[in-house]
Structure formats: C-alpha cells, structure tokens
Design a protein around this ligand. Structure first.
Ligand code: X8Z
Ligand code: ZN
Length: 624
C-alpha cells in the first residue's frame, strides 16, 4: 500500500479515499490557520511553513490509518472495520480542512520543488464538507472492501456441496477444471458476491464525485486521470494510443486461443460473433490465461521444458521460501535485504481462524522501514510472480523513503505496479538454473516460452484497460446505475472479446466480484504497468550488456542494471514521470515498442496459425 494521501492502498498506490486517519494534529491548529487566511496575503515563507506542517500531519495520520487498515485487512470483523473507517474519516476531515486552507496560496509564485508539492497535494486531497457524509463515505469504503474479503460461494449440489469456496479455492477450480458445466456454475457462484454491493457502490460513487467536485474536478474519474503530469483528456488519449499499439497483438492471440478452445470444448466455447466464453480462460475474471496454456501449447514442439509449479513442489519450496527467492533477486541487483520486521509482521499464509483480505498487497506502514507483504500464498507459478510483483512495491517504497512526504510515491502509479513485474520477466530458464530450481537448462522452444508468457501478459491488456473505462463512465454519469452490469459486459465485449457463460441482468453486479472495484483501487495503473515493465526490462537488459533475443534476457545478479533501476526508484514522485522514465530508459514517453519487440516472433507465428486455420482475426460486437 502506498500511502494515504497519497495513499493508502495496499495495493499500491493509492487512493485517497480509502484511507484515513489521524488524531487531531498537534502542530496545526485549525482556528489559527483560518485566521491568518483571511487576514494577510501569504508569502513564500508562509507556503513553506504550511507545506512542512501539512507533510508532518499527513504523514502522522497516514501511519495511524495504515495500522488500522492493516488490522482490518488481516482480521475482518465489525470492530476492525469500524476502527479503520474511523481513522479514514479523521483523515478525510483533515483533508477537507486542508482543501480549504490550500486555496490561500493560489496564484502565489513558488520555487519549483514547493510548487510541485502544492500541485501533488491538490491532486490527492479529498473534501467532504458535511461530517455525516464523511462518516458515511468512510463506512462504505470499509464495508465494501470487507464484503469482498468475506465473499464466498457455497454450492448446494455437485462435488463442492456443503463447502464454502473462498477466492483462493475458486481460483484453483479455474486453473484446473476443464469441465465447462462446472466452470460455468462456479463462475456464476463467485459473481453472485457482487449483487449485494450494488446499492452501496452506487452511493459510494455519488459521494466520491461530491468530494472531487468540492475540489473543482469534474468528477472523481477526472481526479484520478489528473495524476499523470498532463490533463485528464491527454491522459485518456495516451491510454488509447498505447492500446492501439498492442491491440493487433491481442487480437492475434485471442483468435488463436479461441480456435484451440473450440477444438477442446466445441463451438459453445465462443459465440457466433467470435467472442470467447469468459469462464474457459483459466481465471475467474478471464484476466490472465496462463493456466490454460496446456490447451493452446504449440503441437509437436519441445514446449516450455518445465512447469514452475511442479518445480516449486519438487524442490519443496514453501511459502516463505518463495518470498526469499524474490528478495534474493533484489539483493542480487544490489538492494539491501528486507528488515527483520518484514519477516515478523507480514502475512504470508491464509490464517485458518479468521477472515482476511487475501488479495495480495505490499505495505509501508510507517513510510520508512515497516515494510510488509500481505498475501495468502499458494505454491504455484502465478504466486511466484505475484511475490516478485509485491516486493517490487516494497523495494520502491524503501528506495524513496528519503524523499519528503509529498514525493513518497511512484513516478506514476503504473511505475509502482511495473517494478516487481520487470524483475519477474527475468525468470527465464537460465535464471531458474542459476538459482538451483532446475538442474539443467531444458531445451525449450521459443514459441512455447513466448506463448506461455503472452497468455498472462498480452491477455491481460484489454482487461487492464476496460475496468476504468467502465469506472470513468460511471463517475461521469455516462453509465447510469440502472445500466451498471450491461455496460460492464459491453466493455468486456468491446475490449476483451469475451461473453459471460450465463445470462446477466441488472439484478447482478459483476464489477463487485473483482477486488479493485469494491476496494476502490484505480486500475489503469495495471494496464500502464503491463507496457512499462517491458520498457524497463529492455533498458535493464541493455544496461546488463545482454545481447540476443529480449525474451531470453535475465539481468539477475547485475549490479549495473540494479543501480540504474535504483536511480529511478529513489526519485519517487519528486519529478514528473517522464524524467523518471528517462533516468532508466532514456525515453520520455510510455511506449509499447519494447513489448512488441519481445513478442514479435510470437506475433508472426500466431498470424501464420490463424491464416492456416482460415480464421479472421478478432471478433464483432453486435449493435445493441
Ligand atoms: O492487484 C494486483 C496485485 C496487487 S497490486 C496483486 N494485480 C492486479 C490484479 O490482480 O487484478 C496485479 C496484476 C493485476
Ligand atoms: Zn501491485
């Protein structure tokens, strides 16, 4: 989690709202400040003082909120929910006060560092003048996240009858089951957790918009999109530009996978328009498809040559062992080991005796050294990657801890999400041999390796984009509550080319079955990260002097690559993100060129397969 104002979300970067906290600040007395406000025209020295006090106060409040949220997420009860809501409310109260105060400095010419702090502060505030609404908002934030965390499906019949399945078990079914009837039923069962959230979510959106508008934003979606050192309109155009760069690759993959699924399951694997049934993709949301790789593996090739889940089991690597592999990678790049408290305070394994939020997250409780991981690790390949993902957050947090509070964040939230994934791209067969997970580098086929990787990395792209395409429209009112679910599915059709396995209506609320919606975590960050991680990876591979195809590069144990990464990380948010990007890559734009280079041989192969099968790439979305 990143921090509160800047965040507090474990997940990474934050969201103002989800957080909260703090006892009434000792240093700043509201009354005094209000007086100065009306009486004198402030000077730069006043602005310096205001910012110093604000950073102090927000830091204190964020630390308290983070502790309350940690307890809530690792021990969900009515009490912990209420405590977290209380701290969230205190933070919002303080932010509402600050939103008013900060206006005093409008129009004052400030030195650049201070000006950037003011800019970032205004983007991260949240203001609800009405105390009742603050209370309501904070309770909604806590209870929606809690509801997701407690979500279960309890089948009445079938092989799971009498059992209640939580998300970890549901994911296992999606990873393993090849029975379309079972998948359909479990899919519908899991998605039913969303329905009860709809009314709360509708109100939650109203209050968020109200808060954003009190600050002068058009709506909360516009506030979210303002966090990228450009206007919200420019940012929307950037996401569109990036999507157009990668769309042909996704369409080729989609088309190839559809053909294989139809071979396996028959024509009902896809609809007449060429859209794939969302429950057949190996994951409850159809967001990453790596689990069905065996169904699409190139026929007659040497294959990937190993199965990471199997290797972990054979080598008896346990949950903690997986985290040690991740830490070891960062150490090999020259980063300091994680502090002892990380190992003492993290949640690595799902507790048996209480409800927790299993969705993985990385926390920096005191914005200094109290780093923690919260996961319900399973011994499987996707969790090996997720461990690296989360540690990327923790090492980023530690790298920018010397920055002033306002700059303790990722260059943009996509950067925060990309760091651990960049590292995980170096998990090549050669790397696995280096760290002793395999005894000899298997003969793997490049097409197989790339296809396995594409099933996670490329498949995710439209999903990463569509969630906020939906939310931005929900925030700006283009999607009305009465159409929440229908609009969700039309975007899933448009971007991903998938259809639900069972009919959906407005009695359902399928967005609620995806953590980041009730958890209120912006999602475009993951789309950006999917692209940025290849950009970062290519730069680090070049720094490490690697030649040869990009997808075979591993910069494990390369201190020069590590130093280059650290140079970017330690900047935090102190500079506009293009400068941070330049530090590592020499480039100033986010660009999918590196991702396209990585997958170029696969794209060619997929297009050949699709042509040989005589199928047209893509799908059509029927007019309503
Ligand atoms: O939420 C996450 C991380 C925590 S920041 C586990 N991810 C997204 C998701 O699971 O939906 C990582 C990939 C996308
Ligand atoms: Zn993350």
């Amino acid at each position: 989690m990143e921090r509160a104002v800047r965040v507090v979300i474990a997940i990474a970067a934050l969201t103002i709202f989800a957080v909260a906290q703090g006892a009434p600040p000792k240093k700043v007395k509201a009354q005094e400040s209000t007086m100065t406000k009306t009486q004198t025209k402030p000077t730069v020295a006043d602005a310096e003082k205001f910012m110093a006090e604000t950073e102090f106060t927000l830091n204190e409040m964020n630390v308290k909120l983070a502790r309350a949220q940690w307890i809530q997420a690792t021990f969900i009860t009515d009490d912990t929910e209420s405590i977290a809501a209380d701290y969230n409310q205190r933070l919002i109260t303080e932010m509402t006060r600050l939103a008013d105060e900060v206006k005093r400095f409008d129009g004052l010419e400030l030195p650049p560092v201070l000006a950037r702090k003011f800019l970032l502060l205004k983007l991260q505030l949240f203001s609800l003048e009405n105390p009742k609404e603050r209370e309501e908002f904070a309770q909604l934030a806590s209870s929606l996240e809690g509801e997701y965390g407690k979500g279960k499906y309890c089948p009445k019949t079938g092989k799971f009858a009498g059992k209640c399945l939580e998300i970890g078990e549901i994911e296992k079914v999606f990873a393993k089951s090849r029975d379309p009837e079972e998948l359909k039923e479990i899919w519908a069962g899991w998605h039913s957790i969303g329905a009860p959230m709809r009314a709360k979510y509708t109100r939650f959106i109203e209050l968020q918009n109200k808060g954003a508008r009190e600050l002068g934003f058009k709506d909360m979606g516009a506030q979210w999109r303002s966090n990228y050192d450009m206007t919200p309109e420019q940012f929307s155009a950037e996401t569109e530009r990036l999507w157009n760069q990668v769309r042909p690759l996704y369409e080729s993959l989609h088309t190839y996978v559809r053909t294989q699924l139809v071979k396996k399951y028959g024509s009902h694997a896809a609809d007449v328009n060429g859209m794939i049934r969302a429950d057949l993709l190996g994951n409850p949301w159809g967001q990453e498809w790596g689990n069905i790789y065996p169904l699409v593996a190139p026929a007659g090739s040497k294959g990937v040559g190993y199965d990471l889940t199997e290797l972990l089991r054979q080598k008896k690597v346990d949950e903690l062992g997986m985290v040690h592999y991740g830490e070891n990678f960062f150490k090999s790049l020259g980063f300091e080991p994680l502090p002892a408290t990380f190992w003492e305070r993290s949640q690595f394994i799902k507790p048996r005796d209480r409800e927790v939020v299993c969705h993985a997250s990385a926390w920096d409780i005191d914005n200094q050294d109290d780093l923690r991981l919260k996961m319900c690790i399973q011994i499987r390949d996707e969790d090996f990657v997720t461990v690296h993902h989360e540690l990327g957050h923790n090492f980023y947090q530690r790298a920018y801890k010397h920055q002033p509070f306002m700059f303790m964040n990722g260059a943009n939230d996509g950067f925060h999400e990309a760091i651990g994934d960049t590292i995980a791209l170096s998990i090549t067969p050669e790397y696995l041999k280096q760290v002793g997970l395999i005894d000899k580098v298997p003969e793997s086929d490049d097409t197989a390796l790339l296809l396995r990787q594409a099933m996670d990395k490329v498949a995710f792209l439209p999903f990463g984009l569509m969630i906020d395409q939906w939310r931005w429209k929900v925030f700006d009112g283009e999607i009305k509550p009465a159409d929440y679910n229908a609009a969700w599915w039309s975007l899933r059709a448009k971007y991903q080319g998938v259809v639900p396995p069972v009919a959906r209506t407005e009695a359902d609320f399928d967005p609620g079955a995806k953590y980041h919606v009730p958890g209120n975590v912006p999602y475009t960050r993951y789309f950006l990260a999917r692209i940025l991680q290849f950009q970062f990876y290519r730069a680090m591979c070049r720094e490490a002097g690697q030649i040869g195809p990009l997808h075979r590069c591993s910069f494990y144990d390369n201190k020069a690559a590590g130093a280059k990464l650290n140079a970017m990380l330690q900047l935090g948010m102190s500079k506009p993100w293009p400068e941070a990007l330049k530090t590592l890559t020499g480039e100033e734009r986010m660009d999918a060129g590196a991702m396209m280079e990585y997958f170029a041989p696969l794209k060619k192969w997929l297009d050949e397969q699709n042509a040989a099968a005589g199928v047209k790439s893509g799908w059509t979305v029927p007019a309503k």
